[in-house]
Design a protein around this ligand. Structure first.
Ligand SMILES: Nc1nc2c(ncn2[C@@H]2O[C@H](COP(=O)(O)OP(=O)(O)OP(=O)(O)O)[C@@H](O)[C@H]2O)c(=O)[nH]1
Ligand SMILES: [Mg+2]
Length: 243
């Protein structure tokens, strides 16, 4: 069983920076992970590049992946740093096919959606960020972790805290205050949608703090049962059999 994070989110939300910080964190913890950049346009990498260069994303993703995955062990942990074009995970089937491919190869995959913390300062931005995340979630059908990136830029923590684990009623009343009265019904429907998918939950990430990276990683590992499988392996291990 392999493990994979698919790191997605709007352009500039901090995906590549997260990947390199995660790489360094794991290096310190002496834990093996491989970062793979899926952006054919990317040239400068802040982390060792784990796979060969990909040409045009749409054309040869399948062949490329088949070939490249052969270089990895069955229980390797891969982190895919995706490009930021929102259409890639909202309505183009490419990333979805990519995920199917990984699943066929026995990978447990988690969608890791990054949203810039500056989107969290008012309710309308929050809702639009949620909608984009939701569309990725529906398109990819993956276990999903929402991350609020760039927490070091947040000066007033209170502003953001309101949106980390918000009550639906709070969101609705905020939204109603911001919008003209004729939107009341739509607001209610939006909040119900967001609440119904139980995705109104963001994990804050402050890359200056190892503890914060560790916490985010633990949430994702939990989603793809990373630690659990390892534990089983240790339990199943019988020294008597080892000769
Ligand atoms: N202060 C701060 N800046 C950050 C953080 N993460 C990323 N940035 C900055 O935000 C900008 C975009 O970061 P990237 O990591 O390239 O974002 P990305 O999501 O990979 O962007 P695309 O690949 O273009 O979609 C860069 O200028 C980063 O230095 C963070 O945690 N704190
Ligand atoms: Mg990037």
């Amino acid at each position: 069983m392999g493990y994979a994070q698919l790191v997605i989110g709007p352009a500039g939300s901090g995906k590549s920076t997260y990947c390199s910080s995660l790489y360094r964190h794991c290096e310190t913890m002496q834990r093996s992970i491989h970062i793979v950049n899926l952006d054919p346009a990317a040239e400068n990498f802040d982390y060792p590049v784990a796979m060969g260069e990909l040409g045009h994303l749409e054309d040869n993703l399948d062949d490329w992946l088949t070939e490249e995955l052969d270089n990895f062990l069955d229980d390797d942990y891969l982190v895919f740093d995706c490009p930021g074009q929102i259409e890639l995970f909202s309505h183009v089937p490419m990333l979805r096919n990519f995920v199917e491919h990984l699943k066929r190869k026995n990978f447990n995959v988690c969608g890791v959606y990054l949203l810039d913390s500056q989107f969290m300062t008012d309710v309308t931005k929050f809702i639009s960020g949620c909608m984009a995340s939701l569309s990725a979630m529906i398109q990819l059908e993956l276990p999903h972790v929402n991350i609020l990136s760039k927490m070091d830029l947040v000066t007033n923590k209170k502003d953001v805290e309101d949106f980390l684990n918000p009550e639906p009623q709070f969101l609705l009343s905020e939204l109603n205050q911001r919008m003209a009265p004729q939107f009341a019904k739509l607001n209610k429907a939006l909040i119900e949608l967001v609440d119904g998918f139980s995705m109104v939950s963001f994990v804050p990430l402050d890359l200056r703090k190892e503890r914060s990276i560790q916490y985010v990683l633990a949430q994702i590992d939990n989603c793809i049962q990373y630690g659990e499988d390892a534990e089983v392996k240790i339990k199943d291990f019988d020294p008597e059999d080892d000769d």
